[in-house]
Design a protein around this ligand. Structure first.
Ligand SMILES: *Cc1c(COP(=O)(O)O)cnc(C)c1O
Length: 333
């Protein structure tokens, strides 16, 4: 829902550029180095999308006939067109959770690495924050335990951190404390950071160098990508530091809607609020609410999703919550 701010567009217009397919784009290089450092990794690689970055991570960490362990409602399962299977011949082994948090306990029993009968687990994927589970945070302790488990079993850990920025803010931790626990970590610039294009994959130098070839294979190499990465650098300077405001607004939004018979908001960890409806279906409610000027996504037969972002201010969030309360109560505009 976000659109590039006029100052972000100015940064795009003024970007210093080169050919990133031939000898490099200086702005993109700056972003890759800066974000790799922020995440506690040696090297970074810019991608046109988080989906492509996730898929390259899977290609790097898992080979044909192996499997990856992922949470059942994760982006990799729902929105990546079975890329792990079609691109790499990798089986996706899903683990369902009530809250989106894949703990070492939950993963331990499904990892398989021995004998000739069973497929071998190559990697674990942790989605942090977990989108489908309402921006749920996996904390540092759980992540450390998963990393220890991965090390013990000799497998890799990929962090799908499209919203890792939000997790770091919610936990009050520096990004690298979370990022360094992954063998690889993906972050997105198009969610809370409000950029038009892009994601980044960080990891060890040797792995990222192989990633450059995989990105080329998938058609993800871009020429003067500095016009895109200038927006990302702008966002790190101007939009990263304000993510806490989105979390405050999510809490306020949920509080306005608490204790009502028509709806139960799930108490948010970050910037996403899931609303469980008791008197209407989600699609009927979404339709009524859109007519009243509030757009929400349908996330289940009785579940709506609201996302706080830099395109809305506090008064709009309060107005939206009050409108939802009124429309659900009265059923009209
Ligand atoms: C958005 C998202 C992605 C993919 O990013 P795109 O840039 O939209 O391809 C991956 N994982 C999660 C958790 C996401 O929310």
């Amino acid at each position: 829902m976000t659109v590039p701010h006029k100052d972000m567009r100015t940064a795009i217009a003024n970007a210093e550029v080169g050919d990133d397919v031939l000898d490099g784009d200086p702005t993109t290089k700056r972003l890759e180095d800066r974000v790799a450092r922020l995440l506690g990794h040696e090297a970074g690689l810019y991608f046109p999308s988080g989906t492509q970055a996730n898929q390259v991570a899977i290609g790097l960490l898992a080979g044909p006939g192996s499997e990856i362990v992922v949470e059942d409602q994760s982006h990799i399962v729902h929105y990546e067109q079975a890329g792990a299977a079609t691109l790499w011949g990798v089986q996706v082994r899903t683990v369902s959770t009530a809250d989106g948090v894949l703990t070492a306990d939950r993963i331990g029993s499904v990892i398989r690495n021995g004998g000739t009968l069973l497929p071998q687990t190559a990697a674990i994927v942790i989605e942090n924050t977990h989108s489908y589970h309402g921006g749920r945070v996996t904390n540092l302790e759980v992540l450390r335990e998963v990393r220890d488990l991965a090390d013990q079993r000799g497998i890799a850990l990929h962090i799908d951190g499209a919203r890792l920025w939000n997790a770091a803010v919610a936990l009050g931790q520096p990004l690298d404390a979370l990022g360094r626990l992954g063998t690889t970590v993906m972050v997105s610039f198009t969610k809370g950071l409000g950029c038009p294009v892009g994601a980044l994959l960080a990891g060890p130098q040797a792995l990222i160098e192989r990633g450059v070839r995989m990105r080329q294979r998938l058609g993800g190499a871009m020429r003067q990508s500095g016009v895109l990465t200038a927006a990302c650098l702008y966002a790190l300077d101007h939009n990263l530091g304000r993510l806490g405001e989105d979390h405050d607004r999510a809490r306020m939004f949920a509080e306005v809607l608490a204790d009502r018979k028509e709806v139960t908001p799930v108490v948010p960890d970050t910037n996403i609020v899931m609303l469980d409806l008791h008197t209407r279906t989600a699609s009927a409610a979404a339709h009524l609410l859109e007519q009243a000027g509030v757009k929400l996504s349908v996330y289940g037969p009785r579940r709506l999703r609201a996302v706080m972002h830099l395109g809305v201010v506090e008064d709009q969030v309060r107005h939206a919550a009050e409108t939802i309360a009124r429309v659900l109560r009265e059923g009209e505009m």
